[in-house]
Design a protein around this ligand. Structure first.
Ligand code: SAH
Length: 255
């Protein structure tokens, strides 16, 4: 049925897919052609011709690389490892986009990088809980933190963060585990997780924070926010800063 009402042209869509050219490729193309034929039989037409072409590996990779552009976030310029982009006055973070971002960082990561642009970090100790690619830990180290400890429960994140810290020539102590597996107190604790995890982890996050320290908590939806704030408040942590973007809340809390 045409979409868009009487007289309106149905919208046109182009779907592109890439297949590895191996022994199964021919059969896969043929399956797709059959499946498209079935869709037409259901009245989901008109469906155009399936066009098949070969793409050189090198061309494909170059095209993808060219599509990943550096992004400025707060004090930082986040760029892919192969780019040599730099910007006056910006601190460069070089990351492999496969691990850190697609063509743009997640809004919650951006919110944390902005907080890290503003917080006083010179000479302080920072803990990054759920470090992922290590992006926030690396950012903290580059802004002058004296010591940065990063933890993640995912072994892939632990190796990615270790590699990325090395590539950015900063010292970050990356460990497998979570907030409960670290035992000292930090001036700044970063936790870009999800609301339910933050809630459960609130006592451990509190235990890792120095009395006048700052907890940056992100990954909280506006819906989850009241429960997360209540869990932190039960630990004696109060909100001193709040920022909302695309339904994501980033809080800064202190004891
Ligand atoms: N800090 C990065 C990555 C955030 S994604 C950034 O801001 O972009 C969240 C990360 O937290 C994932 O790598 C996930 O493996 C990790 N994680 C999830 N639950 C965790 C937990 N309970 N303790 C430690 N890390 C956790």
């Amino acid at each position: 049925m045409p979409v868009g009402g009487r007289g309106a042209e149905p919208p046109e869509f182009l779907v592109k897919a890439y297949l590895v050219e191996d022994a199964d490729a021919f059969a896969k193309v043929s399956d797709v052609r059959d499946a498209l034929g079935h869709l037409q039989a259901f009245g989901l037409g008109p469906i155009g011709e399936l066009a098949v072409g070969q793409v050189d590996d090198a061309d494909w990779l170059e095209a993808w690389k060219a599509s990943v552009t550096p992004i400025r976030v707060g004090a930082f310029l986040v760029r892919p490892t192969w780019s040599d982009a730099r910007e006056d006055g910006a601190i460069t973070l070089a990351l492999d986009p496969g691990m850190a971002f697609g063509t743009g960082l997640h809004p919650t990561t951006q919110q944390c990088l902005e907080a890290l642009s503003q917080l006083r970090l010179d000479g302080v100790r920072v803990l990054d809980v759920g470090t992922g690619s290590g992006i926030l830990a690396i950012a903290a180290a580059k802004r002058g933190a004296r010591e940065v400890v990063a933890v993640d429960t995912d072994p892939l994140a632990v190796s990615a963060a270790t590699e990325n810290a090395k590539g950015n020539e900063v010292r970050v102590e990356v460990r497998a585990g979570s907030a409960a597996d670290v035992d000292s107190a930090f001036d700044v604790v970063l936790a870009n997780l999800v609301g339910s995890v933050l809630e459960q982890m609130a006592p451990h996050l509190r235990a890792r924070l120095r009395i006048s320290g700052s907890l940056v908590a992100a990954g909280i939806t506006t819906e989850a926010e009241p429960d997360v704030v209540a869990a932190f408040s039960a630990q004696g942590l109060g909100v001193v800063d709040r920022e909302v973007r695309a339904d994501w809340v980033r809080l800064i809390l202190t004891a």
